[in-house]
Design a protein around this ligand. Sequence first.
Ligand code: ZN
Length: 139
Amino acid sequence: MRAHTHYLWFNTEKRQDIIDITDDVAAQVSEAGIREGFVLVSAMHITASVFVNDHESGLWHDILRWLEDHVAPWDPERYHHNRTGEDNAAAHLRSLTIGHEAIVPVTDGSLDLGPWQRVFYGEWDGQRRKRVLIKVMGE
Ligand code: ZN
C-alpha cells in the first residue's frame, strides 16, 4: 500500500468563503500514483470544513445564508465560547454542522465522484493562514 500526504494552505480574503479544491485533490491522487484506494481530505482547524457538494454559486450563497440564518448566526454576544475573549463561536458550530473531513474513493487512478460532486473547503473564520490535509492511500 502506498501513502502520500500533502497540505493545502489558505488565507481567505473574506472571513467566510467556499473554495472548490477538487482539482488540487485530483492532482495529489496523480502525484501518489495509486490506481485503487481513497483520499482523505481533512480541515486541520476547528473553524473550517471539508465537504462534497455542487459547484454552483447560487448554492454556495444558499449554504452561507443557511449557516447564518438557521445554524449559527454571527452574533458574538449569544455564545458562551466568546466569553473567553474570542468572537468565533459561530465558526465552531458551522464546522460541527458541515463536518471537518471527506473521504473520496479512487478508482482506476481517478477520483470516483458522482457527476455533480465536487470537493470544497469551507472557511468559517478566515483571513489568516489555515490548512487542509490531503492523504492518499491505496495501491
Ligand atoms: Zn474559538
